[in-house]
Each structure stands twice: as C-alpha cells, then as structure tokens.
Design a protein around this ligand. Sequence first.
Ligand code: DGY
Length: 327
Amino acid sequence: MGGLPEQEIFKVFVTREIPQAGIKRIREFAEVDVWQGMLPPGRDELLERVGGCHGLITLLSDRVDAELIEHAGLQLRVISNYAVGVNNIDLEAARLRGIAVGNTPDVLTDATADTALALLLAAARRLPEAIDNVRQGNWKTWEPKGFLGVDLVGRTVGIVGMGRIGFAVAKRLHFGWGMQVLYTSRTPKPRADQELGAKRVSLTDLLKGSDFVSLHCPLTSETRDSINTKRLALMRDHAVLVNTARGEILDQDALYEALRNRRIFAAGLDVTTPEPLPTNHPLASLPNCVIAPHIGSASFDSRNAMALIAAENLIAGLTRQPLPHPV
Ligand code: DGY
C-alpha cells in the first residue's frame, strides 16, 4: 500500500521539572512525562518510568547505569543530561547500546565561575560567620581584631583543571585581583598561558604555590579523592580551597581535619558527598567551611539555556541527528 510512512511517536521521560522553555520544545516532538516530585524519583520509580522511552532528560542526581538502560528497553535512543558533568551516567553502557548522550556545556560557565568566586570571597573574608554574628544579636561594637580574613590582591590562584569554568575563574581573579595563575591540566592550555600569563605545573607545585585553590576537574577514577590528607598537607596555612566541581574529588574526612586543625584557612564547597550533606555532618559544624547546596549553575539565564540545550540534544537523538552537544 502507498501513502506516507506512519509518524513515529516518541516517548520521553524528564526526571524533574526543568524550565518550561525546554519542556515546551520537547513537546513539539514527543509525548513527555515529567516527574513532578520535589525530590528526585526513587530508584524503583525511575526504573519504572523509563520503560518504553525513546529519550530521557536526566539530572546529576539520577544514576543512569546499565540496569536503567536495560529497563528502558531497546528503543532508547538518547540520554540528555541536564548538566555539564556526566559522572552520573555509565557512558560505556550507553555506548555499547548505541545510545547518544548529551550534556549542557558553555551556558553555565559564567554562572559557575561566579559561584566559585562567591564562595572564595565568602570563605576568605568569613562572610557567613560575620552574617550569623549579626543575625544572632552578637554585634556589640566595631571589632579591631574581629573576623580577620585573607586578602586576595596580588596573590596566586591554583586552578585544578583548566577547562571552560577553570579559565573563567582564573580570568576573573587575574584581571579583577591581579592574581598569578597556576594550573593543572592533561593538555597545555595556550590561551590561558597567553591571555592570563598562566603556568601549567604539577598538582604538587600548584598546591604548594597557591594561596587559593579552585577545583574544576571532572570526577574520574583518577580525580576521585585526589585532594587527600597528603595533598592538603602541601597547602599554605592561609590557603582557601574552593570546590564547585564534584564532592568526590575531595576526601572530606581529610578536609575536616585540615580545617579543624587550621592546616588551611578555609574552604568553600558547592558540592559535597553525599548531596544533600546531612546537617550533622562534621564539615557543617566548622565555621571555616562555607557550604552551598550545589547552586553553581543556578542563575535564571543559565538554567533556561541548559533546558533548551538539553531539549535540542534530546530532539537530535530522537531523530537520529548528531547531537549539538554530544559527550
Ligand atoms: C553541572 O552541570 O555539572 C553542574 O554541577 C550543575 O549544573
């Protein structure tokens, strides 16, 4: 019989409510099921809801492993992560099944770099402690020796992982505060060298030579727990450590000891292990540890742009086109 081939009906599961612009775009191509809970779906719910889907929009809080891919079924074509980091996805399992994986780089670079700066300043200048002091009615007078912190101008920042976000942080600190820049990276970064006068060094030299250290590497088997007791011992005693990458890069027990014993001055963390960090976690009790609830990319513009990119990746995968942002 002649006639047009039947239009394929794609089924998509979105594991949390993301900005409407993205959902609206996906609805032009697919039947969309959006998880409405305030919290992510539990494992059983997740496995159930992915069944029969052609595409998934996932979050960094969803573990997308071989089991989940198996549950989804053979028709699954694309996993579009609403994040730049993809450590929540078993990329090898996806590759073996020919499933495209996308992420949302670039659009969150500035927002995340700004968050790193906010944490760096807050930790260096003890802002949360000072604000609590006011809130609790303890501001009695101007204190000549109260809340003394660390200066930024003319110091050295060490960027662990000179990717897009690392570069954006280094640029802010170099041009804003006149900092020298050291960095580690698997490959040389001529742009950082030329534009920021940055110097690629070993992790040991970076930790020894920096007043501020900001982590921007992906979480891999190599980077997991790479900032441990031995490495923290190399840092300067007035150093401030910032992590907006992934919690697992830091050995948190080692960090707790280093902060408690004033081995380093302070830390600013946007990411922890686990997330959320329990309120009774030892790190949460330290005045020199500033912790934010993984808000690196949480600006209106970034999250909207991430939703649109996630949608475009998903649509490309459904229609078997190359993803605009493949992993
Ligand atoms: C990411 O995208 O990986 C961030 O951690 C959250 O936006």
